[in-house]
Design a protein around this ligand. Structure first.
Ligand SMILES: Cc1cc2nc3c(=O)[nH]c(=O)nc-3n(C[C@H](O)[C@H](O)[C@H](O)COP(=O)(O)OP(=O)(O)OC[C@H]3O[C@@H](n4cnc5c(N)ncnc54)[C@H](O)[C@@H]3O)c2cc1C
Length: 494
């Protein structure tokens, strides 16, 4: 249903519309759709034919299928992103968040990281704002859990998992250790299963270096609301994946929901309760909510409604002039599955981005647009080092090492820019030869902590009165404290 922007255009500064010699194409979001559509458009049209502006709060596009490998340390996190300034030659980039879209006026409000919001005008609009985590009002979720949608979250989850292992290795309180070594993943789709499997793999690899932690102390838990995992592949392959994860002692709760996680106390709908320091939420996505602040037509799921040519259409199927959308934030008819929409994945987003660029170039040259159609070529997932599952062209099912190779090969080719492809392959080779990196860089998330502590003026020393019970010598006092429990004898790794 069309919705109108809530703040009138006049309330914030309007960047004056210059009389333009060339039409301005404004691309909202510099992710998969944004990057590919802008690049394709630039390739097709000269600078005198179109000015292209991409708006995104981040200065890079993230190739999300590689996030689980980045979290596992198999890929340097910097290499799963393509920097806009290098990847978008001949395109202007504005760093800021789109906060309102007033397509009737051909203006968009942009809120920069600092300073006042402002409006920019355009002639043609491409909406590639992607999706956000679909959360539920579960007590404690917002405070305790973390998503797994962007590179910042992937790095944070990695450092957190490795840090919990490190801290647990010097903690003798059994309850505290249990809590630190319990890792919960909610959501059994592709992103959740890959994140869980990669992190469990690196966690087991890591504790092989710790004398103080036994393999069976690590507890990885998957919570999935439906009766199966990986709905993107066949039941048989989903079942195989389940079996593999169970063999790795991953605890799996199907047809189960997270009911609460206040202060890290996890309560599941099957009445199971336990404490966990780590809760990763990967239970699906929804269209970017900023679209609610627009006058673009949206469906009941908040996606921009489109036709197969990726043009925005209203509820009657009438084309909304000068507006295009694709990717996770758009409801694009799937011509190979009449009556349904293209699923929100990189396979479609990337191809839709290119197709959209081609179509807009056609429009600007007064040619006819063409329909987007793509037959799903399959799905590949990595489940940790040398492990994977894949289903190609609907029928061909591959498991284990070969599927893992397919996953890496497919995604490295899909990763934008030759620079990133080469860096990723060099990183893989380095890890194979020199082993994977397992150092936790927990301080990354509060780098000023040590400096803050050093900046606090020292407290005046309090000279305590001697008493008969307390030894005056600090060395004797320290010796009188309870001794640290010696490390348990290490069992063989399971
Ligand atoms: C962990 C994970 C693993 C995945 N694995 C696979 C896989 O194996 N295979 C597969 O096909 N798909 C996979 N996907 C899905 C795939 O990554 C997405 O479907 C795809 O990236 C969608 O592209 P998009 O352009 O619509 O959105 P995105 O690529 O997410 O781009 C959206 C862009 O909009 C920007 N943005 C957000 N809000 C604003 C705002 N207010 N103003 C301006 N810009 C904004 C964002 O910063 C981002 O750059 C995975 C996703 C995740 C999270």
């Amino acid at each position: 249903m069309p919705q109108s922007a809530s703040t009138p255009v006049a309330e914030t500064a309007v960047r004056p519309a210059k009389s333009r010699k060339v039409p301005r194409v404004l691309v909202l979001g510099g992710g998969t759709v944004g990057l590919y559509s802008a690049r394709r458009l630039r390739k097709r049209l000269g600078r005198r034919e179109a000015a292209i502006v991409v708006v995104d709060p981040r200065p890079y596009m993230t190739y999300a299928p590689f996030l689980p490998e980045a979290a596992a340390g198999s890929i340097d996190p910097r290499n799963v992103v393509a920097p806009h300034r290098r990847a978008l030659k001949g395109v202007d980039v504005l760093q800021g968040k789109v906060s309102q879209i007033n397509h009737a006026e051909r203006t968009v409000e942009i809120t920069p990281e600092e300073g006042e919001p402002y409006w920019v005008t355009y002639d043609h609009l491409i909406v590639g704002l992607g999706s956000v985590a679909r959360t539920l009002p579960i007590p404690g979720l917002a405070e305790q859990a973390i998503g797994f949608k962007n590179v910042e979250e992937a790095i944070a989850v990695r450092n957190h998992v490795l840090n919990r292992i490190e801290v647990a290795s010097s903690t003798w309180d059994p309850e505290l250790r249990k809590r630190m070594l319990t890792f919960v993943f909610v959501g059994g789709g592709f992103a959740g299963i890959e994140a869980l499997a990669e992190l469990e793999d690196i966690a087991r690899y890591t504790i092989a270096h710790y004398k103080q932690i036994e393999q069976d102390e690590l507890r990885f838990v998957l919570v999935e609301g439906s009766p199966r995992i990986l709905p993107e592949v066949s039941e048989e392959l989903g079942g195989y994946t389940l079996e593999q994860l169970r063999k790795r002692h991953i605890e799996i709760h199907l047809s189960t929901f997270l009911s609460s996680c206040v202060d890290g106390h996890v309560v599941l709908s099957n009445k199971l309760e336990f404490d966990a320091d780590t809760i990763v939420w990967t239970a699906g996505v929804k269209a970017n909510p900023v679209l609610q602040q627009s006058d673009l037509p949206l469906d009941t799921m908040g996606r921009v409604t489109c036709n197969a040519a990726l043009q925005v259409v209203d509820e009657h199927g009438e084309i909304v002039p000068d507006a295009y959308a694709a990717g996770d934030c758009a409801a694009v008819p799937d011509l190979y599955n009449p009556g349904s929409f293209c699923p929100p994945n990189a396979q479609h987003a990337l191809r839709q981005g290119n197709h959209l660029g081609d179509n807009l170039a056609r429009v600007l040259r007064s040619a006819e647009v063409t329909d987007y159609s793509h037959k799903n070529i399959g799905a590949v997932a990595s489940l940790g080092m040398y492990k994977g599952v894949a289903q190609m062209f609907g029928k061909i099912k591959v498991r284990g090492f070969l599927a893992w190779v397919l996953h890496r090969t497919y995604h490295v080719f899909a990763m934008p820019t030759v620079n990133r492809k080469l860096r990723i392959m060099a990183g893989w080779t380095g890890s194979l030869l020199l082993r994977r990196e397992v150092v936790p860089l927990g301080a990354l998330h509060d780098p000023r902590a040590e400096f803050r502590a050093a900046s606090v003026p020292p407290k005046p020393r309090v000279v305590e009165e001697k008493s008969d019970e307390q030894p005056a010598d600090p060395a004797i006092a320290a010796a009188a404290k309870p001794a640290v429990k010696p490390a348990a004898k290490k069992k063989s790794a399971s």
